[in-house]
Design a binder for this molecule. Structure first.
Ligand SMILES: [Zn+2]
Length: 283
């Protein structure tokens, strides 16, 4: 695997050849920024941690430019910050026992541009090299434009693969906007209670962000606990930590379905649910 950008980065924590590290991947997450994977796809990391029959790999599409900075990072140039963020992502890959960590080094503008054939082609090549069973992407109702841009590139790349080579399951996960609102029949609660020490470390290694004033470490753990407790009002907590996900797999089986139609169907159901409850007891 040769990546296109000169600032791209390939890291294989156990030192295996890149091709072998990609080929053994069973669980793959592709995200916009450094730390998104650790916030949204810990389920995949935990499923593979310490096993020889399952491997997790991560792909970060953008270069980390424009990250907020404070404290010891306040004086860092944009170029310094990009290097720091690449290193932080490598630390996470090491802590999480990832098979392979790719950082593609695109700008946010490139990631958002749906006409950018280079990104799309590179993502299709990564999917083909990894052949994952499970894929974790940004969800389609996320409120960060770069997340949406990357998710759409990924879905287009997946839809371009021969049918037999598409993954069994594609989840859209939570970062900027949670998925509590998703109608129950469409909401997948992925258990993420295993190895809370590793889960905490994975978000904690992104010191430039956490010390920079955004407590993603606390917020991510808090969201997972809240999801577990508030997932059902009548039952006791079955899972002690959950990540909610939107199933994106139907977009790979029905190519006539557009991503916008797909997600609006969930919003329509949510709207009908709220309206139905309120109108049941109207005066
Ligand atoms: Zn992000």
């Amino acid at each position: 695997m040769k990546l296109r950008n000169s600032n791209s980065d390939i890291f294989v924590p156990d030192g295996s050849a890149t091709a072998a590290a990609l080929a053994r991947t069973t669980h793959l997450s592709i995200a916009a920024h450094q730390d998104d994977i650790e916030i949204m796809a810990y389920h995949g990391v935990a499923e593979c941690f310490g096993r020889s029959d399952r491997w997790f790999s991560g792909v970060v599409v953008t270069n980390g430019a424009g990250s907020p900075r404070a404290g010891i990072y306040a004086g860092c140039s944009d170029e310094d910050m990009q290097k720091i963020r690449v290193q932080e992502q490598r630390k996470a890959a090491y802590v999480g026992d990832y098979s392979c960590q790719l950082q593609l080094g695109y700008t946010s503008a490139e990631a958002k541009d749906q006409a950018n054939a280079a990104i799309r082609g590179e993502l299709a090549a990564i999917f083909a090299a990894c052949h994952p069973e499970m894929v974790y992407l940004h969800n389609l109702a996320d409120k960060h434009d770069t997340h949406i841009g990357v998710a759409l590139h990924c879905l287009a790349a997946l839809r371009s693969l021969p049918y037999a080579e598409r993954p069994k399951k594609v989840y859209g996960c939570e970062v900027w906007r949670d998925l509590d609102w998703l109608p129950e029949q469409h909401k997948h609660g992925l258990p993420v209670f295993e190895r809370s020490n590793i889960a905490a470390a994975l978000v904690g290694v992104f010191d430039s962000q956490v010390s920079g004033g955004k407590r993603y470490d606390l917020a991510t753990a808090g969201r997972r606990l809240a999801n577990a407790t508030y997932s059902s009002s009548h039952a006791t907590d079955v899972e002690s930590a959950l990540t909610f996900a939107m199933d994106l797999t139907p977009l790979l089986t029905d190519l006539t379905l557009t991503p916008v139609e797909y997600v609006l169907k969930f919003i329509d159901e949510f709207r009908a649910d709220v309206a139905g409850r309120l109108s049941r007891w109207k005066a």
